[in-house]
Design a protein around this ligand. Structure first.
Ligand SMILES: Cc1cc2nc3c(=O)[nH]c(=O)nc-3n(C[C@H](O)[C@H](O)[C@H](O)COP(=O)(O)OP(=O)(O)OC[C@H]3O[C@@H](n4cnc5c(N)ncnc54)[C@H](O)[C@@H]3O)c2cc1C
Length: 317
């Protein structure tokens, strides 16, 4: 079922969902299941599975370093299919522009269609590790809007290079990313919202936000988006702080602000066990306010470990 249908069928009740990351190449999928199992009692109607970009690795060979390119966390679609089969829940693979040609994207979407996976998150992806700016892959897309266009073309039975004999159209529900504190590369919030509107006009059905720690940022973003004519559901994506290092890492990577009182609470902690607890408590308060505001879904970034997400969900659902 489509994410947007889950939202409609909930009749205003806030749903619980979460995002997971594929294990590193060579690791067992059981650990992922061990982290999903405790969250299933909260009835997530869908689970997102991220896609990681390819990266450069350097292999030493006779005193010289050989540069290879590899994907360290492959398996997004396989994991989506496995979870759908194991838990009977909808899964949302993240589909990236970066690292994929349009042909490869088409093959991936055809596989999704055959597997009965009819939700996808359409994302540009970040710059490759070690590179400052995003560079489009040769034969791939430069912006998420173009990816949304390609997916919508498939929904209309239009494949690349004009395949003519089409009697089985896809019917993808498309999610895209939104940034309550502006995408790091956007010159202004106004421009970023204009770009978001372009994604929605191209056919995106819903938006999931980047993490934020101050709900006011989300409320203002939703209001501004509505004013600009963005009328699809805007799902808040939230993440509990888990380690002290997040105080520097999250602002650096995502260009987001952390509220002063959260910083003070984390700084009082003696170890990361205490930080994890502060993160849970902050996230419960944030989630309660978002629930009261009637958000369609509370979508959690689990980053692979679910004990904190379970503690949060237990307090709310
Ligand atoms: C919910 C969520 C899930 C994510 N999942 C993943 C994941 O699984 N894997 C991963 O690698 N990354 C993921 N990301 C990160 C995402 O890939 C990055 O934030 C990336 O830098 C931007 O992706 P986007 O889809 O928002 O890009 P876009 O919508 O293409 O926007 C990128 C930038 O370009 C600007 N822009 C857009 N269109 C144009 C145009 N026509 N001309 C000029 N500028 C334009 C925008 O304002 C923005 O600054 C996720 C992010 C979110 C919020």
């Amino acid at each position: 079922m489509k994410v947007t249908d889950h939202i409609k069928n909930a009749n205003g009740k806030t749903l619980f969902s979460f995002e997971i990351i594929p294990p590193k190449k060579g690791k067992n999928i059981q650990e992922l299941y061990n982290n999903i199992d405790p969250l299933m009692e909260f009835n997530p109607p869908f689970i997102d599975v991220t896609t990681s970009r390819e990266e450069f690795i350097y292999i030493e060979k006779e005193g010289l370093f050989d540069r290879k390119i590899t994907r360290m966390r492959p398996g997004t679609l396989g994991i989506c299919a496995a979870i759908k089969h194991k838990y009977n829940v909808d899964t949302v693979p993240h589909v990236l522009c970066g690292g994929f040609t349009k042909e490869e994207t088409e093959y991936l979407l055809v596989d999704c269609h055959y597997l009965g996976i009819n939700n996808v998150m359409a994302l540009r992806g970040d710059a490759m590790k070690g590179e400052q700016y995003f560079k489009a892959t040769k034969g791939g897309h430069s912006y998420a809007t173009q990816l949304v266009n390609q997916i919508q073309n498939l929904n209309s039975g239009r494949y690349l290079h004009g395949v003519l004999d089409v009697d089985d159209k896809a019917d993808f529900c498309i999610g895209v990313a939104g940034y309550p504190e502006k995408h790091l590369e956007a010159p202004s919030m106004k421009t970023d919202l204009k770009r978001l509107k372009e994604k929605v006009d191209a056919g995106a059905d819903y938006v999931v936000t980047q993490m934020f720690f101050d709900n006011q940022k989300y409320f203002e973003f939703v209001e501004a988006a509505k004013k600009d004519g963005i009328n699809v559901p805007i799902v808040p994506g939230i993440k509990p702080i888990a380690v002290n290092r997040h105080l520097q890492l999250l602002p650096q990577v995502f260009k987001i602000d952390l509220p002063e009182s959260l910083i003070q609470e984390v700084e009082k902690c003696k170890d990361n066990k205490q930080v994890r607890q502060v993160g849970v408590e902050w996230c419960i308060q944030q989630s309660k306010e978002l629930l009261d505001a009637g958000v369609p879904v509370l979508h959690y970034y689990s980053m692979g470990k679910s004990d904190n997400i379970k503690a949060i969900a237990s307090a709310l659902f």
